[in-house]
Design a protein around this ligand. Structure first.
Ligand SMILES: O=c1[nH]c(=O)c2[nH]c(=O)[nH]c2[nH]1
Length: 289
């Protein structure tokens, strides 16, 4: 048997950085979770413990804070590209950088300009890969924990029935999910903020506007809407847990229940996942890794 070192990467995961921008009395905040993964000439460190090619993960964490101070934090895609390009261009042993960022939204409270409440909005995400500004690069934007619910307009029937099937077909049910969506940009220089808001709006409008015969059908419509309205995006990946709501049987209490009282089960849940893409988009499997 011959044993070899396979694919590897390393970096500082989950650096929580909060950047306050002070504009007189009025402050703005950016609250991020940044995870860095670097790869390159890392055979020696694995095979013999020679660390000469290794940029410490501690340094990577410090770079996040230093860049937040020096450059400020704009759109997370931009901040991710800045960091990724820095690592591959400043260190010859680092050939590839992957930067994953989550952004938590805060809303203003009061009129003091410096009070905030953590928003109930979804988490915005970005995943950047870079071999340097001249090498292959990719940007995948996205969101998670976007909770949506249709209280009608959802059916599920016509499915397979075997000896273990007990599910009753339904013509009217609650459809609820927590959307995780990621979308791949064609290039690396979009108007990130506007693009994000457009893609988010498309997801919400398609969810609300689709009379659903299955969550799979809704998923496809959501991805499709993003591709139709966002020319800068070429591929959408969605992960949709089916948050089941079961109408409660109230007949023991002499009451009917015309889809008004539900038990919101938290598990198990159906997990519906899929990709919707422009079939002429260049393949970029690395972009999702
Ligand atoms: O929209 C749905 N898709 C399914 O595949 C499925 N399976 C199930 O039990 N309920 C549902 N709902």
């Amino acid at each position: 048997m011959t044993i070899t070192l396979g694919a590897n990467r390393y970096g500082k995961a989950e650096t929580r950085v909060v950047r306050v921008t002070r504009d007189g009395e009025t402050h703005r905040i950016k609250d991020l979770n940044v995870s860095i993964s670097l790869s390159g000439d890392m055979d020696a460190v694995h095979l013999s413990g020679d660390n000469s090619a290794v940029l410490p993960t501690d340094t990577q964490k410090n770079t996040v804070f230093a860049f937040a101070r020096k450059h400020g934090i704009g759109e997370i895609e931009e901040f991710g590209l800045l960091l990724a390009r820095h690592f591959v261009t400043s260190q010859p042993t680092i050939r590839h950088a992957r930067v994953e960022i989550e952004e938590y939204a805060w809303e203003r409270v009061g009129d003091g300009g410096h009070s905030f409440v953590r928003s109930g909005r979804e988490v915005r995400t970005a995943l950047v890969h870079s071999d340097g500004p001249d090498g292959p690069e990719s940007v995948v934007s996205g969101l998670k924990d976007l909770l949506v619910l249709n209280s009608t307009g959802s059916e599920f029937h016509g499915f397979i029935r075997d000896e273990y099937t007990t599910l009753e077909p339904t013509r009217d049910r609650i459809l609820a999910t927590a959307v995780t969506a990621r979308w791949r940009h064609r290039g690396v220089d979009a108007a990130w903020g506007a693009s994000y808001e457009r893609a988010r709006r498309c997801l919400l409008e398609a969810f609300a506007g689709t009379h659903s015969l299955s969550l799979q059908q809704t998923l496809y419509q959501m991805g499709r809407r993003v591709l139709e309205e966002c020319a800068e995006i070429c591929e959408v990946r969605l992960s949709l847990p089916n948050k089941h709501h079961f109408a409660v049987d109230l007949t023991p209490f002499g009451m009917d229940n015309d889809n008004e009282v539900f038990f919101a089960a938290d598990r198990p849940y159906g997990l519906i996942e899929g990709t919707v893409l422009d079939d002429e988009a260049p393949a970029a499997p690395e972009a999702w890794n």
